[in-house]
Design a protein around this ligand. Structure first.
Ligand code: PSV
Ligand code: MN
Length: 385
């Protein structure tokens, strides 16, 4: 691929940031509050606009309902628009109410299942008002003890509930179906892996697509294989990017394992047109590091991994693969991974109207000091956990 083609691909690569990444977050042990944290959905958009201004690569923001509930969704969409942004995926929250103790859509209680379905259908309506075309679903459903509930019946309940939501979606909307192998349930999980999500998506219809959260796999799982499989089946809806070392750590994507991110992006770029509708979203929490720079660092990591993936000499790789040259093929991949693409990616951001070094530009902008002062009073937004 020529340098111009690489640059062109990178210019079209847009990364959605999560509204909750700008808010206070923590572990189940402690939330360390940070200064200057937004107090509502509008202020989260203010921060997202700064990220987009400096990186020129993050024009959309995912929202979580009710964390981002407002009286008038039309005005939130308008505000986003005025800031050069749009609202991306709408994430219904089905994991923070007492009713969901035994699960949401798989709960043995029909009233709880109905409540969960109603909330998701409400979110379809909210998405319409926000101008969003993606409903992003993750469920906390599972059991803690053998015998606690029928795993067989729970699959039926999951499907019946999803079907109702699917039918309520407009033609233009995509249902992104996430999975996670454990937590908050520890014995079994109703949507534990990509295969389960994929089968439900197949049964639901073409508007249902698998969402790969890179943190939701057991150690050693080959995520790039999952990506290749889903791309070939035209069922890869998108990513929730983050870095995991142990479980669902939600650390900055590409921080501890940039090689994994490179291999994932290599499958994406190799798939060409099959990857054209894939959504690239961050799903991270910045518990101890400053949030806005951490989000920008993550975007830069995705850009750098993608640039390296684009630099793989595809014809040489194919020829090495087809002639059984194991070490030659591996070396071609590693050569691309070893390339320093930072100057190239910096140029791309500049040509887009952003900054070569967004983090330095942020530090020099004085924005953090400004929000530390203007948001000193009131209640900072948080996970609500
Ligand atoms: C669950 O762990 C998850 O990955 C889902 O995407 C939620 O919406 C998100 O995290 C909340 O941070
Ligand atoms: Mn996620």
């Amino acid at each position: 691929m020529s340098e111009a083609q690489v640059k062109n691909y990178l210019k079209n690569l847009k990364i959605e940031t999560p509204s909750w990444g700008y808010a206070n977050s923590g572990t189940r042990f402690k939330v360390f509050a940070q200064p200057g944290v937004p107090r509502n959905a509008f202020e989260k958009l203010d921060d997202a606009a700064v990220v987009h201004k400096l990186t020129a690569s993050a024009p959309s923001v995912a929202v979580h309902i009710p964390w981002d509930s407002v009286d008038d969704y039309g005005s939130l969409a308008k505000y986003a628009h005025e800031k050069g942004l749009r609202i991306g995926a709408v994430n219904p929250n089905l994991f923070q109410e007492d009713d969901y103790k035994l699960g949401s859509i798989a709960s043995p209680d029909p009233r709880t299942r109905a409540k969960a379905v109603t909330h998701m259908i409400d979110c379809v309506e909210i998405a319409k008002k926000l101008g969003s075309d993606a409903l992003s679903l993750w469920f906390p459903d599972g059991t803690n003890y053998p015998g606690q509930d029928s795993m067989f019946k729970r699959q039926d309940r999951v499907f019946e509930s999803l079907k109702q939501v699917y039918q309520a979606m407009p033609e233009s909307m995509t249902m992104l179906l996430e999975y996670k192998f454990f937590e908050p349930a520890f014995y079994h999980t109703d949507l534990p892996d990509w295969g389960t999500s994929y089968v439900h998506c197949l049964e639901l219809g073409p508007k249902a697509q698998v969402l790969v959260d890179t943190g939701h796999h057991a150690p050693g799982t080959n995520i790039e294989y999952i990506v290749a499989f889903l791309l070939r089946q035209k069922r890869l809806g998108g990513f929730h990017f983050n870095n995991r070392n142990y479980a669902d750590d939600d650390l900055m994507v590409g921080s501890a394992d940039p090689f994994e991110l490179f291999l994932i992006m290599f499958e994406i770029v190799s798939a060409g047109n099959l990857a054209k509708d894939v959504a690239y979203m961050l799903d991270q929490c910045h518990n101890i590091e400053p949030k806005i720079p951490a989000i920008m660092r993550s975007i830069m990591n995705v850009q750098e991994a993608t640039a390296k993936a684009l630099l793989v000499d595809q014809p040489a790789l194919t020829s090495a693969q087809e002639s059984g040259d194991v070490l030659g093929a591996h070396a071609i991949l590693m050569d691309a991974f070893a390339t320093d693409v930072r100057p190239l990616v910096a140029e791309v951001r500049q040509e887009l109207g952003g900054e070569a070094d967004p983090i330095k530009a942020f530090e020099e902008s004085g924005y953090q000091k400004e929000i530390n002062e203007s948001r000193a009073s009131g209640q900072s937004a948080g996970w609500g956990a």
